[in-house]
Design a protein around this ligand. Structure first.
Ligand code: FE2
Length: 205
């Protein structure tokens, strides 16, 4: 990348800022919506907030916009906090194979942000329902997680930051590195000084 291209990127970032507001919805697949509702709402305590079937004409044919290729399947939504939705499509049983979460293009896992007390309550609920989990373990500085599989073999993680107490965790500040810390790794990716200066411009000095 040329210096001019990098300068243009920096100017665009300053003049036309892009703001992300978290995840609107994360869409996953199940082959049993009842089991999924019982797990997410019943075991985990995540509120079901919308239940529908995908309108006809969107599954197969030109109306499909990226959703599963089946007509009028169930599509339910849960409140996963921070004004974000966890969505499920119900794939007809046997119509698709189990996925490989380590395959390219697959979702490896998803971590939900919780408080320490909520993480402890989730552990109690998992134990009461016989759902095995790993952890808690420190996965990033000050971030402690448990890991488990949902009934669809989707890997879930619940992360808490005890330094934030029971308040909503302050995730990005907790994980943001200094330039020097990030540079330790980034120089293994690209040795170009101008690129490194640009890539680290969002980090702590
Ligand atoms: Fe993770």
């Amino acid at each position: 990348m040329t210096d001019a291209e990098l300068a243009n990127r920096t100017r665009l970032r300053a003049e036309h800022p892009i703001r992300f507001h978290g995840v609107h919805h994360l869409a996953l697949n199940t082959d049993d919506m009842k089991v999924t509702v019982d797990f997410y709402a019943g075991v985990l305590g995540m509120r079901l907030i919308h239940a529908m079937k995908v309108p006809p004409g969107l599954g197969v044919g030109p109306g499909n916009r990226g959703n599963p290729p089946f007509e009028e399947i169930r599509h339910y939504f849960f409140d996963m906090g921070r004004d974000g939705l966890l969505a499920f499509f119900e794939i007809p049983k046997g119509a698709k194979p189990r996925g490989d979460r380590n395959a390219l293009g697959a979702m490896q896992h998803v971590s939900f942000a919780v408080s320490p007390k909520t993480q402890a309550r989730i552990r109690e609920r998992l134990e009461a329902n016989g759902v095995p989990y790993d952890g808690p373990m420190e996965v990033l500085p000050g971030v402690f997680s448990i890991y488990l599989f949902d009934p669809n073999d989707i890997r879930l993680e619940f992360s808490c930051q005890p330094s934030n107490g029971e308040e909503e965790p302050s995730i990005v500040p907790q994980v943001t590195q200094t330039r020097a810390e990030a540079m330790h790794e980034l120089t293994s990716l690209n040795g170009d000084e101008a690129w490194l200066a640009w890539a680290t411009s969002g980090l702590k000095p």
